[in-house]
Design a protein around this ligand. Sequence first.
Ligand SMILES: *Cc1c(COP(=O)(O)O)cnc(C)c1O
Length: 377
Amino acid sequence: MKIRYFDHAATTAVKQEVLKEMIAYFSLEYGNASSLYSIGRSNKRVLENSREKVAKVLNCKPKEVYFTSCGSESDNLAIKGIAKAHKNKGKHIITTKIEHPAVLNTCKSLEKEGYSVTYLNVNKDGIISLEELKDSIREDTILISIMFANNEIGSIQPIDKIGLLAREKKVIFHTDCVQAIGNEKVDVKSLNIDMLSLSAHKFYGPKGVGALYIKEGIEFEKIQDGGHQEKNKRAGTENIAGIVGLAKAIEIANNNLEMYNKKIKGLRDYYINEISKNIKDIRLNGGIEKRLSGNANIGFKGVSGEQLLLELDKVGICTSTGSACSSGSPEPSHVLTAIGCPKEYIQGSLRVTFGEENTKEDVDYLIKNLVLILNRI
Ligand SMILES: *Cc1c(COP(=O)(O)O)cnc(C)c1O
C-alpha cells in the first residue's frame, strides 16, 4: 500500500541531495576531525564548512554554532548550561506551559535542584502575553526559554518582541526553534536571540544531529564531560556525516522557504476548508494567523483521536494525535489543555502536518478517508 505521510512535525525523510552528500563520510572519509593526519584534517575542514553554512542561515558567526546529537540535547545544553553558569546570579527561569518535553522536563529537573521556574500561560491561539512575561522577570531571572513555534498546534510566538524585552532587561533568551527552522525566516541578530536549538530531522535532514547557537560572550557551562570537541562545550566525536547532512538540509530549506511555505499552506488551507465543509462539531486548535504553514490540528467532538489515527493508518495515512513524544501516554495534551480546548475536543484531536512530498491528490485521499471514517465511528 502506498504510504501518505502527514506527520512532518514528528520527522521528515532525508532528501536525496542531502543523502548524496552524506554517504562519503560514513566509510570513505572516516577520519576523526580531531586527528592530525590528513584524513582527520580534511574532515575538520568539512566540519568547519558545515558550521559556516549553518551560521549563514542563522546570521551569526560560525564559532557561535555548536553541533549536538539532537534537538533535545540542544535544549538540555542551553538550559542546564546557563543554569549552571549563572547560579550565583540567580536561579529563576521563565518558560511557557506549551514547550516541548525537552524544555519542560529539563526545567522540571532543575526545579528539583532548587531552581524556580515560571511557566507562562498562553491564550486560545497558543500565544504568550508579553505583559505577563514582563511581569514575571525578576532580579534573579537568569534565562527566558520560549519556543519559536509549537510542535502540536504550530503557534508562532512574537519572538522579535520577546528578544527586545529580554535584551532590555538583560536576561538571556533561548528559543527552541526545532519546528520553525525550514519553515520560517530566522535571523538571530535582528530577533535578539541569544541561544537557539535546531534539529536536522525536522527539515529533511538526518536524525540524530542538531545544533545549538550560543551568542559570543554568553557565559555557559558544558553539561557533558569528555574531550575538547566543540570548543570544549560539547564532548564527543563529531558526527561528520550527520553534520554534513544538517548543513546541506538547512541550506536547501533556507533557499526554498517561500515556495515551500506557499505549497504546504495551500494544502493545509484546502484540508481545513474541506473538513469544515464536510464535518460538524469540529474546532481548529490554535489560531490561523500566527501559525506554521503546514500545521492543522483539528478537534473532532466526541471521537477518539487515537482511533482515528489507527483507522487512517489502515489505509496508509500517517497522522498524529498530538506530539509524537507524548502519544502513547494517557495524559491529555498539555498544549491543548493550556489553550483551553474543551475535553470532548482534546480527546478527538488529530494533528496533520504537511510537507514536501504531499500532493493535492494525497490530500484528497486523506479528506475522503477521514470523512468516511468519521461517518462510520
Ligand atoms: C522534535 C522537537 C524537539 C526534539 O528534537 P529531537 O531532535 O527529536 O530530539 C524539540 N523541540 C521541538 C519543538 C520539537 O518539535
